[in-house]
Write a protein that binds this ligand. Structure first.
Ligand code: BDR
Ligand code: CA
Length: 327
C-alpha cells in the first residue's frame, strides 16, 4: 500500500518535471492529482506541461488548472531563460505541445480540487507545493477547515540564510515565495503541519552532469527524459552559477516526504514580507528564541530544513529512477 497520498501543486518547470517523474516512479507515493499554477511559465503553459507529464508518466492522474496570477500582484513574466520557451527545457512535446483541450482537464479549479480531495481523504493527504502558493491560499479561503484535515504540507520555497543565501531572484527572495508573497504568508500561518524545503538545502544538493548522464543511460525512458529536459536548465546553471550540474529544488520536497531523516529541521513560526525592497523574504523565529515577537508568536510552528544528507538524497532519486526493471 502507498504510504503517501499526494496532491502535487506545481508550475512545470524543468525541476518540477523531474520531481513528477520521481513521484510517479516511487512505490510509496500515490498521486491523487496535479494542480497547476502560474510561475515558471503562464498558467496555460504550466497546465499543458502538467498534462504532458501525466500522459507520459502518470496516466489517469487528474490535472486541475489553478491560478493565473498571484492574489495581489501582477502575473510575473515566464522564466524562459531558465526553463525554456515551452517551460520544459525546449524538449519536443510532440502532439502534447498543442494548446490544451479543456476536456482533458478536471472540471474544477485547482483550489476546489484540493478541498474536495482533502475532504475525501481526511488526515491522509500530503500537499507537495513547488510553485507560488496561490492555489493553497485559495483552498484555505474556500474551506479553512481543510487545515485540520491535511496530513502535511511540504513546500519548496524560501531561504533562511544558510550559507548566507536569502534568495535566488532578489537578494532577499526565493522565486516561489516572491511569486505570491501574500499567499505564502497565509499558507505558512495556517494550522496545518508545514515543512519548508528551501534554498538552504536545495542549493547544497547538486545533480552533476555525470550523475544526470548516468540516469539518462540507466533509467529507461524516464531517465532519458530527465537527461533531455535538464539540458537547457543545466546550461542556465553553468552560465549563472558556474555549475556543471543543477540545483535540486523541487525533487528535494519529494525526498523530504519519502525520507525526512535525510533532513535536519528547525522549528518555529515563519513570516513572509509582503512589501518593501525585501518583499518575499522568509523569516523564522526559532522556537528556542526567548524574546517576545508578536508578529510571529500567534502563529503555528513550521519545520524549516537547515541541513541535508546530500548523498542520501541523490542516492534516493537515482535508485527510484534506475531501480530494478527500469529498462
Ligand atoms: C523554484 O523556482 C522555480 O523556478 C523552480 O521550479 C523551483 O520550484 C526554485 O527557486
Ligand atoms: Ca517549481
Amino acid at each position: 500500500m502507498s504510504q503517501h497520498k499526494v496532491i502535487y501543486d506545481t508550475d512545470p518547470g524543468v525541476d518540477d518535471a523531474m520531481a513528477l517523474v520521481f513521484q510517479a516512479l516511487h512505490p510509496d507515493i500515490e498521486l491523487l492529482g496535479l494542480t497547476s499554477v502560474f510561475g515558471n511559465a503562464t498558467i496555460e503553459t504550466t497546465t499543458r506541461n502538467a498534462l504532458f507529464l501525466t500522459s507520459r508518466f502518470a496516466p489517469h492522474v487528474p490535472v486541475a488548472q489553478g491560478a493565473a496570477a498571484p492574489l495581489e500582484r501582477a502575473a510575473p513574466q515566464p522564466l524562459a531563460w531558465i526553463h525554456g520557451d515551452n517551460g520544459l527545457g525546449n524538449v519536443d512535446l510532440g502532439s502534447a505541445g498543442e494548446p490544451i483541450a479543456s476536456a482533458t482537464l478536471d472540471a474544477r479549479p485547482a483550489h476546489r480540487f484540493i478541498v474536495d480531495t482533502v475532504r475525501a481523504h481526511p488526515g491522509e493527504v500530503t500537499l507537495i507545493a513547488v510553485g507560488p502558493l496561490t492555489n493553497l491560499a485559495l483552498a484555505l479561503a474556500d474551506d479553512p477547515q481543510i487545515a485540520t484535515l491535511v496530513k502535511q504540507v511540504v513546500i519548496m520555497g524560501g531561504a533562511f540564510g544558510g550559507d548566507g543565501v536569502l534568495g535566488n531572484v532578489t537578494p532577499a527572495a526565493e522565486a516561489n515565495i516572491l511569486g505570491d508573497p501574500h499567499a505564502a504568508d497565509i499558507v505558512l500561518g495556517a494550522a496545518w503541519p508545514v515543512a519548508i524545503v528551501g534554498l538552504d538545502v536545495t542549493q547544497r544538493t547538486i545533480m552533476s552532469r555525470d550523475y544526470l548522464a548516468s540516469i539518462g543511460e540507466r533509467g529507461g525512458a524516464a531517465g532519458q527524459f530527465v537527461w533531455d529536459v535538464s539540458r537547457h536548465y543545466e546550461a542556465f546553471h553553468e552560465q549563472s552559477a558556474q555549475l556543471t550540474g543543477i540545483y535540486v529544488h523541487d525533487s528535494s520536497a519529494v525526498a523530504y516526504v519519502l525520507a525526512p531523516h535525510l533532513y535536519t529541521t528547525r522549528s518555529g513560526p515563519v513570516r513572509v514580507l509582503t512589501e518593501g525592497i525585501a518583499v518575499g523574504q522568509t523569516i523564522q523565529k526559532p522556537s528556542t528564541m526567548p524574546v517576545p515577537a508578536p508578529d510571529w508568536d500567534s502563529r503555528p510552528s513550521c519545520e524549516v530544513c537547515i541541513g541535508v544528507d546530500v548523498q542520501g538524497m541523490l542516492a534516493l532519486y537515482e535508485a527510484t529512477l534506475c531501480g530494478a526493471n527500469r529498462h
